[in-house]
Design a protein around this ligand. Structure first.
Ligand code: ZN
Length: 304
């Protein structure tokens, strides 16, 4: 068992406090840039500065969730990983279908699975750097045919490699349907995390996902435009009360310049550790639950 970081394998017990879905460097496709320029994170020195804030706050490992079709820059991530003493796990795979490039739309599921598996086992072409997580995704209230193809490919790449799966959900929708497809591909659902679920803070729905064994990925703390943090605190407590403490993964997904301290925005990478976790403790969570969510669960999820 090991976690595949950009600098090589790390033992689960060495991982430490982990954010499971963030962005360091990305060059989003035109369709995203038309919506908002803010999504582009082009500056390596800002990523390094932000990681230093993370480290100062007690952070140890960060999963960079930028997929191939969202302008992943593997060489830049390699340089960043050399500059900062933080474990970085990066991603292979694809996002929701509106970001898929023409070349991947033309490929079938098996060819896409081969591409992802090759990156994980041999490294990204020309760099030798190996991703440690596989990503798929779907759109708002629908799984488009090109997205279903990628989800099947993600399942097949996982079967070849054992690497954990991260699924983008649009505003938290279609999670159960994504699990149906992965299950059809023979994936053990406790190797799967569904992201952005707290955009749709529906307790019944989250319990149904957890009952099938998958991880609940929350990444909205501090994003008050999506509702107050009190809603997220209550949701976390309800999930803990329901006995699913081993299936919670909580990160910030600070994938905008305006979210990052280094670009002059906020709340930044230090927010969860310096403000949100102290708040959870103030509202009655115990240190062992914090350790479960930010240390034990990421180590178990990322190991293969
Ligand atoms: Zn993201």
């Amino acid at each position: 068992m090991r976690i595949q970081t950009i600098k090589g394998p790390v033992k689960p017990e060495q991982l430490g406090t982990t954010y499971t879905h963030e962005h360091l460097i990305c060059y989003p496709p035109v369709i995203a840039m038309k919506e908002d320029y803010d999504f582009e994170l082009p500056q390596e020195e800002k990523a390094i500065e932000e990681l230093e804030y993370f480290k100062e706050a007690g952070g140890s490992c960060l999963v960079e969730g930028t997929a191939i079709d969202y302008g992943r820059d593997v060489e830049a991530m390699g340089r960043i990983a050399e500059a900062v003493d933080v474990h970085i796990v990066f991603t292979t795979g694809f996002n929701k279908g509106r970001f898929h490039p023409d070349w991947s739309i033309k490929m079938d599921a098996d060819a896409l699975a081969d591409l992802m598996a090759r990156e994980i086992m041999e490294g990204v072409a020309g760099t030798g750097l190996k991703p440690g997580i596989i990503k798929g995704g779907s759109w708002y209230n629908v799984i488009l045919p090109k997205e279903e193809k990628v989800i099947r490919a993600v399942g097949r790449a996982h079967k070849k490699t054992g690497a954990p799966i991260w699924m983008h959900t649009e505003a938290g929708t279609m999670g159960l349907e994504q699990l149906d497809i992965l299950e059809e591909e023979g994936v053990d659902l406790n190797r799967v995390a569904l992201g952005h679920l707290d955009r749709n803070p529906d307790l019944w729905y989250h319990k149904k996902i957890a009952a099938r064994g998958a991880y609940l990925g929350y990444d909205c703390p501090g994003k008050i435009k999506y509702g107050p943090d009190s809603d997220r605190v209550n949701l976390i407590k309800e999930i803990l009360d329901a006995g699913y403490e081993k299936q919670l993964l909580i990160s910030g997904d600070m994938g905008r310049r305006s979210y990052l301290t280094s670009y002059g925005g906020g709340p930044g990478f230090s927010f969860l550790l310096n403000k949100f976790i102290p708040r959870l403790l103030d509202e009655g969570l115990e240190e062992k639950e914090i350790d479960q969510i930010w240390v034990k669960n990421p180590a178990a999820y990322l190991s293969f």
